[in-house]
Design a protein around this ligand. Structure first.
Ligand code: NDP
Length: 293
């Protein structure tokens, strides 16, 4: 059996078109565009690149970008004031503080200061708490986990009643994606670094979400024939033949697993493109909520 490839780039492009349409609808009805604010502290080149990518993605769909750039030695108080000013700005519907913050900053306090209604990353403890409770809906679902579920839905892969296994329990991927699967009535197993007999547990999965950050750890022999495999992992491995001296691979051995699975995401090109699109989706949803349309 050769798996159907879940093309994250193509699915993300389709959703980008839908979001652009939603932005136009909002403009027609309210005369307002959704707004996403990014807060960048210091001069880390990787953080600056991520912020640039997010602004570019916003521009492509008509979301207005607001940008706050602060020096690396900014005080806790100044940073808090910057967040509070964005909380108070009615044209800003989403606030994203680019992590990591410098060591002298209390990151938890800063993230906790973001208004719940503008927490488009979905990491506010109240949002995560609601995600974990029966019959409660969070205002925002974290972007990468939301992207994983969207990939399953767009491929018409049923979730209800299926055996789902999540590898990883991090706050940003493993835990929220597991809670989303539970909300959708999957029967759930969460695995982590202390899990015993991992290959046997993985073999029980109709739906496997891999988010461990271990290059090609999941082998083809671990996969249940016909399973849907969503590989969140993005790991750099040495490759002297590549221009940069490395290449990116997932947590799943793609070449082996695609011979057994029913559906599989490549990595890169699967979950990655969905993450930023879900940030745009959350921002537009927030603006619609703010204007009641
Ligand atoms: P973390 O390091 O925060 O969490 C990794 C999880 O995997 C932990 O729960 C850990 O267990 C578990 N784990 C580690 N080793 C093993 C093992 N040998 N067997 C079983 N479980 C193990 O990673 P993240 O959740 O932040 O990211 C996971 C991967 O997803 C990374 O490759 C990251 O780059 C990628 N990623 C991709 C994104 C995208 O947009 N495509 C976005 C975010 C992440 P324990 O809790 O016991 O330590």
């Amino acid at each position: 059996m050769t798996a159907q490839i879940i093309d994250g780039k193509a699915i993300a492009a389709a959703i980008r078109g839908e979001i652009a349409q939603d932005v136009q609808d909002l403009l027609t009805k309210t005369g307002k565009a959704p707004g996403l604010a990014t807060v960048l502290v210091g001069e880390r080149p990787d953080s600056a690149t991520y912020v640039r990518m997010k602004k570019k993605a916003c521009a492509e769909v008509g979301i207005q970008s607001f940008s706050v750039e602060l020096p690396g030695d900014v005080s806790q108080e100044q940073l808090l004031q910057a967040v509070q000013a964005l909380n108070a700005n009615p044209d800003v519907h989403g606030i994203l503080v680019q992590l990591p913050l410098p060591g002298h900053i209390d990151e938890e306090e800063i993230l906790g200061a973001i208004s719940l209604e503008k927490d488009v990353d979905g990491f506010h403890p109240l949002n995560i708490g609601r995600l974990s409770m029966k019959r409660r809906d969070p205002l925002f679902v974290p972007c990468t986990p939301r992207g994983c579920i969207e990939l399953l839905d767009r491929m018409h892969i049923p979730i209800e009643g299926k055996q789902a296994v999540v590898l990883g329990r991090s706050n940003i991927v493993g835990l929220p994606v597991a809670m989303l699967l539970l909300h959708r009535n999957a029967t759930l197993t969460i695995c982590h670094s202390r899990t015993k007999n991992l290959p046997d547990v993985v073999r029980s999965a109709d739906i496997l979400i891999a988010a461990v950050g271990r290059a090609e750890m999941v082998k083809g022999s671990w996969i249940k024939p016909g399973a849907a495999v969503i590989d969140v992992g993005t790991n750099a491995v040495d490759d002297p033949s590549a221009a940069k001296g490395y290449r990116l691979v997932g947590d799943v051995d793609f070449a082996e697993a695609k011979e057994v699975a029913g559906y599989i995401t490549p990595s890169p090109g699967g979950v990655g493109p969905m993450t930023i699109i879900m940030l745009l989706r959350n921002t537009v949803d927030s603006a619609r909520r703010a204007y009641g349309v």
